[in-house]
Design a protein around this ligand. Structure first.
Ligand code: GDP
Ligand code: MN
Length: 396
């Protein structure tokens, strides 16, 4: 689950990471109130208006702007709230901005040398360790840095059972070229950031830029946070931060129905039980000359209701040209699933795309009989290859 910048910063702040202070606003009037409050609290004269959407590169798309007085705060907030923000990380259509973060300006006017660094904490699956990735080249795409100046990106691998050792935090500060007060502040920053990452059960914390001011403060100016969905049950307060306006509506519906669904770009919808079988089915579709339109795991109990929900989800995608149902009857009996498909099909009325059903396992023969005798435009297959050939046939 992804968070907004302001939510990520809230978490950082709660673990003692120094942040650029801000207040969320839904309207221009709220933006002005927020700005006044920030001036009282921080003494800031200027403010930054930042679009809150689940996408990076907002600055490039015009979603981050500096306001030098309250009138500008109001105007800019009015422009950004409700706009369709297009950034290098959104689709061509962009993302609708529902709210903005009003922040203090932490780049002091006249500060000749604000330094911007990049820092993220993530899991390195290859080594089974957490990794702090950091660079002196902050404020721009880390992908560009990786391509053009890879030697300016450093990694610090952290053994999760030991945690971040003090010498490692010092190495980070050293590699960033810091000394004196800034060095000390950076070791504090990294230590608190690592703690925030582990204790919130996140899979990513990315701070770009981390700012060093001319008076040697180290501040998180941005925050991109991805929480581990499987750990949300023990962080009810974070789970409540979910903003479904930012998520794919079909995926939201699937999650509410207890189905595991990921939207993809292809033309063949898949309905499968079990993640491993789902992966194999997607390979099969590719071999048959198609592209999977989705990953969908209906789980162990593929009854009529679940099957119908799953059909509904798949059919919401207009690019679906065929549906492949591939179910292994282990715990669930194939004839029950087949009956579920037939019932769902009848309930739904006019499904226009061809459906190929492969049921294998307990009572597979009975299931095939049921489908073949149903009189519906559903093709049944028992073997994997048979199913692939049928997908190929309907696509060509
Ligand atoms: P992103 O474009 O989505 O990554 O959004 P960021 O939060 O990283 O902001 C984009 C850029 O806005 C930063 O790289 C900074 O250069 C600039 N910016 C952010 N906060 C301030 C601020 O307080 N003052 C000024 N002058 N610029 C800022
Ligand atoms: Mn950023």
């Amino acid at each position: 689950m992804n968070l907004h910048e302001y939510q990520g910063k809230e978490i950082l702040n709660s673990f003692g990471v120094e942040i650029q202070r801000g207040i969320v606003a839904q309207t221009p009037a709220e933006a002005v109130e927020a700005a006044k409050k920030l001036t009282e609290e921080t003494g800031t004269g200027w403010h930054v208006i930042k679009a809150q959407v689940h996408a990076g590169g907002r600055g490039k798309g015009g979603g981050v702007k500096l306001a030098k007085n309250l009138k500008e705060v109001e105007e800019i907030a009015g422009d950004i709230i409700g706009m369709n923000l297009v950034t290098p990380q959104t689709s061509k259509e962009g993302k609708k901005v529902n709210q903005v973060l009003i922040t203090e300006d932490v780049y002091y006017p006249g500060d000749s040398e604000p330094e911007e660094y990049y820092m993220s904490v993530l899991l390195n699956r290859a080594t089974g360790k957490n990794m702090i990735m950091y660079s002196t080249e902050g404020g721009m795409d880390i992908e560009t840095v990786a391509e053009e100046t890879p030697h300016l990106i450093f990694n610090e691998e952290v053994d999760p059972s030991l945690g971040l050792m003090p010498f490692q935090a010092r190495r980070v500060a050293f590699n960033l070229g810091l000394s004196g007060k800034a060095f000390k502040q950076m070791t504090k920053f990294v230590t608190a950031l690592y703690k925030a990452y582990t204790e919130s059960d996140s899979s990513l914390f990315e701070i770009n830029p981390v700012l060093k001011t001319s008076d040697d403060k180290i501040i998180a100016v941005d925050a991109k946070v991805t929480l581990d969905d499987n750990a949300l049950f023990r962080h009810k307060d974070y789970a409540a931060m979910r903003d479904i306006r930012e998520e794919n509506p079909v995926e939201v519906e699937a999650r509410e129905a207890g189905l595991s669904y990921v939207d993809l770009d292809g033309n063949v919808g898949c309905m499968v039980n079990g993640a491993g079988l789902a992966m194999a089915t997607m390979d099969l579709i590719k071999q048959a000359g198609g592209e999977p339109a989705n990953f969908l795991d209906v789980g162990g109990t593929a009854d009529a209701e679940r099957v119908e929900t799953a059909f509904n989800l798949i059919l919401k995608d207009p690019s679906v040209k065929a549906i492949l149902v591939n179910i292994f009857g282990g715990i669930v009996r194939c004839d029950r699933v087949a009956q579920g498909i037939v019932d769902a099909y009848k309930n739904m009325g006019n499904i226009e795309v061809p459906i190929i059903v492969r049921l294998q396992g307990t009572n597979a023969d009975k299931a095939k009989e049921l489908i073949d005798n149903s009189g519906l435009a559903v093709e049944s297959a028992v073997q994997f290859q048979e199913a692939a050939d049928k997908v190929h046939a309907v696509l060509s």
